[in-house]
Each structure stands twice: as C-alpha cells, then as structure tokens.
Design a binder for this molecule. Structure first.
Ligand SMILES: Nc1ncnc2c1ncn2[C@@H]1O[C@H](COP(=O)(O)OP(=O)(O)OP(=O)(O)O)[C@@H](O)[C@H]1O
Length: 247
C-alpha cells in the first residue's frame, strides 16, 4: 500500500449459497478521505461492511488495514486495531442511560485488562460532540430518533477508532438534522480519521464525501468525485433500475 493508503479491500468476495453478494470488489481509502460507498438496494454495501468487521467470513479476497491483513481476524480484534462501525440498526441498551451506554464502549474487550474505562469528563466530552451532553442521564427510549443515531456514533467513537464505517447515518433524519450530523462527521474526520459512509441520501452523502465508489450486484460499476458520479450514465441506469434514492 502507498504511504497514504490506510485501508484496502482486494478482490473481496462473499457468497451466500448460490448468491454472490460481493463479487471480487476492490477499493482503497486514503488517510485524509471520506469515501462514499453507494449502490441500489441489495447491491452488497452492508455485506462489505460485515466482511470488513469480521462478522461474516469472506469467501475470497482480502482486507488490509495499515500494514496488517485483517481478513481473518475476530471482530473484537478488528475493533481493538482501530476500526469502528456504526450499523444501520441502533441498539443501545434500553435500561442504561446515554452516559452509561457510551461508557460501556470505552472498556477494553480484554476481560483481564485492569486499565480502561473512561472518566466522567471523557464521557461528557464524547457526548458534547453530538449534543448529547444535556442528556447523559436520559434513557435511550426517551430520545428522538436523530439523537439515538447520534448516540450510536458516540458509542463508536468511545472505542477510540482510527477509522470509521458509517452505515446509513442519515436514515430517518430531516434536512436540518442531516446538516448538523454532516458537520459532526466532518469534525470527527478533521481529527484525522478516515471514514467510509454508506447512505441512500445522495444530497447528504455527496456533500461530505471526497470520493465515491458505486457498486451494483456486488461489483464496482463506477468510482470518482461526487460530480463525476452524479453525471455517470452507468450509475444513473443502475439506480433507475430499482433504487430507492432520497434527497
Ligand atoms: N446473511 C445473509 N444471508 C443470505 N443472503 C444475504 C445475507 N445478507 C445479505 N444477503 C443478500 O446479499 C445481497 C446484498 O445485501 P446487502 O444487505 O449487503 O445489500 P445493501 O446494498 O446493503 O442493501 P440496502 O441498501 O438495502 O441496505 C442481497 O441480495 C441480500 O439479500
């Protein structure tokens, strides 16, 4: 990998029985980038994230983070190496407060470790980035949807990741919430974290990404700047064939 390439998937393949969900897909991520990974429904985006995080065993190909092949590592090992992923689904612990939910993710996964855990000041600092600092004692069930999504990103950040994977961060948000979250994502990125974002909200996504990889049926069909992708006929055809794209 070149010195600026922080992450790469190479010929990644994932089959479910006879279905090829990810079809020999390759792309990389530079350490100063926000990369958009887009494609119609069912094109394989979440499966790519699941392969990267070690949630699925890959059928073929490799995933490289910095100088390490992480393809076969366990999920907790991948998180410990510095990759955090925010899923499409929010899953805070309902009986724990916002502060406790964040705190839980600051603990190291190694049960024999005697260090780790965050101070209240550190938890407050993470919460403040997502405007959750006034809601540290609130239970997740009482939060509006946008705050629950922000809590998921706060939890991911509590693991002190070097790189973030965000799966549909803008889903269910209104324009004002999308703008606010975009600023918060930019801030996280500006601290030196490369980010890959999957989202169907083109307006939200295109305004913060540096580069876009487009997949369809698990294969890369285009790659380029947001402007290049917006004008790419192959991409437009793939979306017209059945995608749900929101503005
Ligand atoms: N665990 C699984 N078992 C079997 N098939 C699966 C599994 N996970 C995903 N698939 C299939 O793999 C293909 C890619 O699905 P995936 O969820 O990765 O697409 P996506 O691009 O993330 O879709 P969306 O935008 O709707 O979230 C789909 O055909 C899906 O049905």
């Amino acid at each position: 990998m070149s010195s600026d390439t922080v992450f790469r998937i190479d010929e990644l393949r994932k089959e479910f029985g006879g279905l090829v969900a990810v079809d020999d897909l390759s792309f990389d991520l530079q350490d100063d980038e926000i990369l958009g990974l887009i494609g119609p429904n069912g094109s394989g985006k979440s499966t790519v994230f699941n392969c990267i995080m070690g949630i699925y065993d890959v059928t073929g190909g490799s995933v490289q983070f910095r100088d390490t092949d992480i393809t076969k590592l366990d999920t907790h090992d991948i998180v410990n190496r510095g990759i955090a992923r925010v899923s499409q689904e929010s899953n805070p612990i309902p009986s724990s407060t916002v502060g406790e939910n964040i705190d839980l993710f600051t603990y190291p996964n190694d049960i024999f470790s005697l260090t780790g855990g965050a101070s209240q000041a550190e938890i407050l600092d993470i919460a403040r980035r997502f405007d959750l600092d006034e809601k540290l004692d609130t239970l997740p069930g009482s939060l509006p949807h946008a705050d629950v999504r922000r809590l998921e990103i706060a939890k991911a950040l509590a693991t002190e990741p070097e790189m973030l994977l965000l799966d549909e961060p803008f889903a269910g948000m209104n324009q004002a919430e999308i703008r606010e979250l975009s600023d918060q994502i930019r801030d996280i990125h500006a601290e030196g974290r490369p980010i890959i974002i999957v989202d169907h909200n083109m307006k939200g996504l295109m305004s913060i990404v540096d580069r876009v990889v487009v997949i369809n049926s698990g294969q890369k069909i285009a790659e380029g700047s947001p402007e290049e992708i917006a004008n790419d006929e192959t991409v437009q055809k793939a979306y017209l064939a059945g995608a749900e794209v929101t503005n």
